[in-house]
Design a protein around this ligand. Sequence first.
Ligand code: GRF
Length: 206
Amino acid sequence: MSRRLRVGVLASGRGSNLQALLDASAAPGFPAEIVLVLSDREGAEALVRAARHGVPARFVDPKAAPDRAAYDEALLAALREHGVEAVCLAGYMRIAGPALVRAYAGRMLNVHPSLLPAFSGLGGQRQALAHGVRVSGATVHLVDEGLDTGPIVLQACVPVLADDTEATLSARILVEEHRLYPEALRLLAEGRLSLVGRRVVIEPGR
Ligand code: GRF
């Protein structure tokens, strides 16, 4: 197999999207490998999942950095140390600052539990329920310096049912997140994403 893209994952919590990426990258022929997982939360389940897969995992303490820029520099140093070429944000609860975003421009992905640009920020599922929309979904996008504003790579819809709670809607959306995120990473790793203005064009596979 040709060389695989070296990917770092930033995650704050449960890490089910990280798990989807780890599982996908374990499959023969997947063009990317997860080489490092970093978390801003000590004991995050994501770190445990990484360790279980033999992937280096590290808690980077936000309190040890005087400000956000310094924290991002600490993350960047770790990413560079491990030769990370692309970054996936997977339930990472901080905003990646300009230095981090610029270092990985066009090579940083995020997954969000709504059909962006609707319901960006926290609680995409809660916002969908509050607005009474009939469909919602999941988005994987390239990360820019805004909050969930980067160019959209893949989206999938799910219905919002009359008796949905935040938990049931989140679970339905999560199924799509886990399907889309590895697929988006595959496209990035295969060099099949290009930008025309703010639109992502997906080149056909060979
Ligand atoms: C997901 O819903 C993701 O879209 C959002 O945070 C949640 C993280 O879940 N950004 P997990 O940690 O990947 O299980």
